[in-house]
Design a binder for this molecule. Structure first.
Ligand SMILES: *Cc1c(COP(=O)(O)O)cnc(C)c1O
Length: 408
């Protein structure tokens, strides 16, 4: 049989065809009226997509570039910062903050779990300059409740800046950036917006702009103030990734088009779509006898699943690719071999989800030797789909969408 290559990885994610066409035809110079019109349109769309009145800045870099920009623009050597970490991307915040000379306080949660609010409150100091966290920790597929973290921060350390890596959180979870007081919220192109890697974007609050005026860490290419200055003219400070920006515009048009041209409603649909694919996947994998790695606070961006003791998750990754052409992600770092991860963010649908579960039935049986009844994973997912109401995640009490969020 043919094996069509299909990405089920949490970045890069499958490309939107309309975005690919827009990229292929983006043969334009960046200091022209044509580009200025495109860039102005995309910046305005991004503000709607992020859901903020704050400026949104676009950088030609992978997501980590925007993380670095947040650290270098907002801190000075010796500043005390708090990192909330529960996985590889949380650890990246720690490394970045240390690289820029910050004194790092930590609140950690074990891999697969989220934070205890009381610990965060206790770790905040009067001189904490900034708090860094992920909305979804992609390495473990756990979701952190940004709303409750923001509330804790506002009550206990109102002067500390809140910086959220929402690189897999945007388009998979609800945020109210301005009402919650998120100072910087970061997104990346190869995740829910369905285009290749190479662009990062971040919303920046008035407080954060003010903080940049006194912060002393070195920055040049990633000096966000330079981008802010020229963005109103439809320009970027240096040569931007023109093709990716054209692709991003097409992708945001597509998301809006899913809801009759309303981008905010389209973003809601995108989130519900990821929630549905994730809920179906969790049910299907549980039916096959796998153990969810982050059962208490599962992200909609991706699902992480532990393989039974003594088995190698790499074998699942390899067999899916060689037998069915499907690419999923292994665990990262010390989680390699122990778990595999399946993405739901961006251009995935019911068909993709059901097909992957059908393939995983074969892999669980033939590669891992588990006792599998054909159809069991698919049936469990179909039951979840049949019972799901379209606005289920939006109607949950807390905007983070977690069924068991402490705030709900
Ligand atoms: C993908 C991802 C990043 C960014 O990684 P890059 O490889 O630099 O694009 C950062 N944080 C999270 C949570 C991610 O999922």
């Amino acid at each position: 049989m043919f094996r069509k290559t299909r990405l089920y990885t949490p970045g890069p994610t499958p490309l939107l065809p309309a975005a690919q066409f827009a990229m292929a035809s983006a043969d334009i110079h960046h200091r022209t009226a044509e580009f200025r019109a495109l860039y102005s349109k995309v910046l305005a769309q991004l503000k709607q997509f992020v859901g903020t009145e704050n400026d949104v800045i676009v950088l030609s870099s992978s997501g980590t570039g925007a993380m670095e920009a947040a650290v270098s623009n907002l801190t000075s050597p010796g500043d005390r910062v708090l990192v909330l970490t529960a996985g590889k991307f949380g650890e990246r915040w720690t490394s970045l903050a240390k690289a820029f000379g910050c004194q790092v306080d930590l609140v950690s949660a074990p891999y697969g779990q989220t934070f205890d609010t009381a610990q965060i409150r206790a770790a905040l100091q009067p001189d904490t300059r900034a708090v860094f966290v992920q909305a979804t920790e992609t390495s473990t597929a756990v979701r952190h409740c940004i709303q409750s973290i923001a509330e804790t921060l506002r009550a206990a350390a109102p002067d500390a800046l809140l910086v959220v890596d929402a690189i897999t959180g945007l388009g998979t979870t609800h945020f109210d950036v301005d009402a919650w007081g998120i100072d910087v919220l970061i997104g990346g192109s190869q995740k829910a917006v369905m285009i290749p890697p190479g662009l990062a974007y971040l919303s920046v609050s008035q407080r954060a702009w003010a903080a940049m005026e006194t912060s002393k860490n070195p920055r040049y290419y990633f000096d966000l103030r330079k981008e802010r200055k020229v963005a109103p003219k439809g320009e970027s400070a240096y040569t931007p990734a023109v093709a990716l920006i054209a692709g991003l515009g097409a992708a945001l048009d597509y998301i809006a088009g899913q809801a009759g041209g309303d981008l905010v409603a389209g973003r809601k649909l995108l989130i519900e779509n990821a929630e549905s694919c994730a809920a179906m996947t969790r049910a299907g994998l549980t039916a096959l006898g796998f153990t969810l790695f982050a059962p208490e606070a599962p992200a909609a961006a991706a699902t992480a699943v532990a393989v039974p003791d003594g088995m190698d998750s790499g074998a699942v990754v390899k067999a899916l690719k060689s037998r069915f052409g499907a690419v999923i992600a292994n665990g990262q770092g010390e989680m390699q071999g122990k778990l595999f991860r399946i993405a739901h963010l961006g251009f995935f649908d019911y068909m993709d989800t059901i097909a992957l579960l059908g393939a995983l039935e074969f892999i669980a049986r033939d590669t891992l030797g588990l006792p599998v009844e054909f159809g069991s994973a698919v049936a469990a997912a179909q039951r979840v789909f049949a019972a799901r109401k379209p606005d289920e995640s939006a109607s949950a009490a807390c905007l983070c969408g977690r069924a068991n969020c402490a705030r709900s």
